[in-house]
Design a protein around this ligand. Structure first.
Ligand SMILES: Nc1ncnc2c1ncn2[C@@H]1O[C@H](COP(=O)(O)OP(=O)(O)OP(=O)(O)O)[C@@H](O)[C@H]1O
Length: 214
């Protein structure tokens, strides 16, 4: 669970906010309202000018950023791709997280999860923008994070692919007790898949959920 108290960071003003553990939370709001800033605070890419954020009772001021980012993995809107094959791009996440290489079954499962029908030996350079985004998501999931922070994971996808991805991603997160916090521009995605919805209006995030999908 994340807890914010009197946080100011860039355009964001967060008097109080709790993001529940092991749940699926979508962040929505107008362009420029502060959604990415909020996600970056949770990944320690930004830090508050004022106030404090805690995760399970531990202040984020006290944690080591590198270790924290192995536990709370963020996938930005523009995917980071590495040279080499699809497999190289998956294994590097495990390497950076200090984990042993994934086996073939784990690699294939991560591709299935994100509806990516590609050979492991294919060059990552040749993938489309939407495929690169899904490969970056697969890489993040293979790192076995406790918290997954996603910035518009379906922005480059058509509606059918986006639905398949959301169904598999949310099922995987629930099965493995992963806390999923994701920005989406789609109110429909938020209403369909989220346990909680945070709406950011003029820099002030408010959680208006409370309903749980079983
Ligand atoms: N490093 C920065 N320095 C100064 N201003 C910034 C910085 N990062 C973001 N901003 C500004 O803060 C505001 C919020 O940006 P943010 O990226 O959080 O919005 P957003 O809600 O994610 O928008 P979008 O939906 O368009 O991605 C914007 O006006 C942006 O220009």
């Amino acid at each position: 669970m994340f807890r914010f108290h009197e946080v100011k960071a860039g355009v964001l003003r967060v008097p109080n906010l709790t993001i529940p553990a092991k749940a699926i939370t979508c962040i929505i709001g107008e362009s420029g309202s502060g959604k990415t800033t909020l996600l970056r605070l949770l990944n320690l890419l930004d830090s508050p000018e004022e106030g404090e954020i805690w995760f399970d009772g531990v202040s984020l001021n006290e944690v080591n950023p590198v270790e924290w980012r192995r536990k709370a993995v963020m996938v930005p809107q523009t995917p980071v791709m590495f040279k080499g094959t699809v497999e190289d791009n998956l294994q590097i996440g495990r390497f950076l997280a200090g984990q042993p290489s994934a086996n073939r079954e784990q690699l294939m499962e991560s591709l299935y999860l994100f509806h990516l029908d590609k050979e492991l030996s294919q060059a990552a350079d040749n993938l489309s923008g939407g495929e690169k985004q899904r490969l970056a998501l697969a890489r993040a999931v293979l790192m076995n994070p406790e918290v997954l922070l996603l910035d518009e994971p379906t922005s480059a996808l058509d509606e059918a692919t986006s639905d398949t991805l959301m169904q598999r991603l949310t099922a995987h997160s629930r099965r493995n007790g992963i806390m999923l916090v994701m920005i989406t521009h789609s109110r429909i995605i938020a209403d369909t898949y989220a346990d909680y919805i945070i709406e950011v209006k003029h820099g002030i995030p408010q959680i208006n959920g409370g309903f749980i999908h079983e």
